[in-house]
Design a protein around this ligand. Sequence first.
Ligand code: FCB
Length: 440
Amino acid sequence: MNLKRSDFPDGFLFGAATSSYQIEGHAFGGAGRTHWDDFAATPGNVVRAEDGARACDHFHRMDEDLDLLKAGNFDVYRFSTSWARVLPEGRGAVNAAGLDFYDRLVDGLLARGIKPAATLYHWELPSPLADLGGWRNRDIAGWFADFTEVLMRRIGDRVWSVAPINEPWCVGWLSHFMGLHAPGLRDIRATARAMHHVLLAHGRAIQVMRGLGMTNLGAVCNFEWSAPADDSPEAARVAELYDGIYNRWFISALFKGAYPDTVLEGLGPHMPDGWQDDFATIGEKLDWFGLNYYTRKLIGPAPAPWPALQEVEGPLPKTQVGWEIYPEGLYQFLARTRAEYTGDLPLYVTENGMANADAIVGGAVRDDARIDYLNAHLAQVRRAIAEGVPVKGYYCWSLMDNYEWSLGYDKRFGLVHVDFDTLQRTPKASYHALARALSR
Ligand code: FCB
């Protein structure tokens, strides 16, 4: 790394992130079935129909993984909690082993001097709730509030921070409009409802946690820089629409109490009754805001119904998943978020990283491309800080290779290599480089 801890302000936090379904092994410990199990079992949805039944077997290897965080000199660990592990039916009976697992995780982090940063929902909806319409059903806000209460009554006294929902765009648009994540719908009415209910559920969870006296509560959204594919007015218009759908819908609701007009032109007719009355709940005061950032997209018009746009392949170097590497976008989003939405609120980069075709050669993994990616993006974080943007921390995605959703197990985002046959962990060159950069 060409940066070190002392290049950042005192108290700046460095972390690594994971999520429950992607690492734990959902077959273990009494977790209930989730819509990701159902999605993966349906041919054509996931590469080789892989699922999270075993994943990294973090369920049985938690201590080893927490030791990796400690030895990597990380200050904070962003993990998520599986709704179906805690409440196998989504509501009602509690799985004691599930609560015990997260209790041990939090205590294991604290014992190692690492701050626990929890995300309540990173996409594995309990199947019985999907049966009831999942994110299309307004009642999900209440179900989610109840789950929040059950879990936080157990670990809420010791977690350092909490965000209710990871990446509402993925919960809404990617899963209900594009059909690329569970439940795999391609339906505009379902999309409009999911894009609203996910925010309502966020707000209800914040209310529950405030009621329990909790602090340091935030939200995490994902951002993709949207650039016109050419210099035509049509491309400019659809790039702005893409920006509205992807980048502005959720953050406008959270911080301005409104949805972007350009997006309502398409979704408005499909919104659930009374949506205008929910912004007081959606906009509950937050203590921080998190941005997940990976790439940009070139957007051009498409001969199709609204939104009548398409992604166009760009010229920049790409990662293993075909995403262009565009570090400037991270700076642009940090600056814009502060200027237009969050003001003095502390910001965190809650995910950033790259997939790389990593392999163990002679016992080592030389992922120099990842070191370059991290250097370039951290430089953009420093640029934002130098201009007064209150960025307080940065989390790498991900601590270890894991289940990359519909792309299965061979897209490797980890700082630590995982052999998915033996489950052996091998820290990559990027892990060692970061550990050195972060040593005190
Ligand atoms: C983010 C997700 C995370 C992982 C990375 C690559 O959108 O939050 O689970 O899939 O992308």
